[in-house]
Design a protein around this ligand. Sequence first.
Ligand code: 5GP
Ligand code: ZN
Length: 112
Amino acid sequence: MQDCLFCKIAAGEIPSKKVYEDDLCYAFFDIDPQAPTHFLVIPKQHIASVSAVTAENQSVVGHIFGVIAKLSQELGMESYRVVSNIGEQAGQSVFHLHFHVLSGRDMTWPPG
Ligand code: 5GP
Ligand code: ZN
């Protein structure tokens, strides 16, 4: 999608620190990490948020969770948090579906 930051990152048009890539998704370190390990996993296809997941595009979400499980093992992450913010009130600032993966520090509940 034109003028979408994460579409441009997934396409390599804007540089990022890659963690993983395949045909369907792209994982990269967050530019403003909120934990010792903080990366994002995004579908290459533009989906605005969890709210825009449909019967037609939902398979990529399962694929992304499989990738997160694989990466967590490879990176030796025994405990971690997966977060997706939906809408401005919940803290979404980039309107391309992404899953934050955070690890390496104590975390509180409920989130702020
Ligand atoms: P949200 O606020 O939408 O849940 O998450 C967006 C995330 O994208 C934020 O954690 C922010 O730090 C990250 N981010 C924003 N712009 C860039 C960028 O240009 N490169 C990278 N690697 N991360 C970004
Ligand atoms: Zn996009």
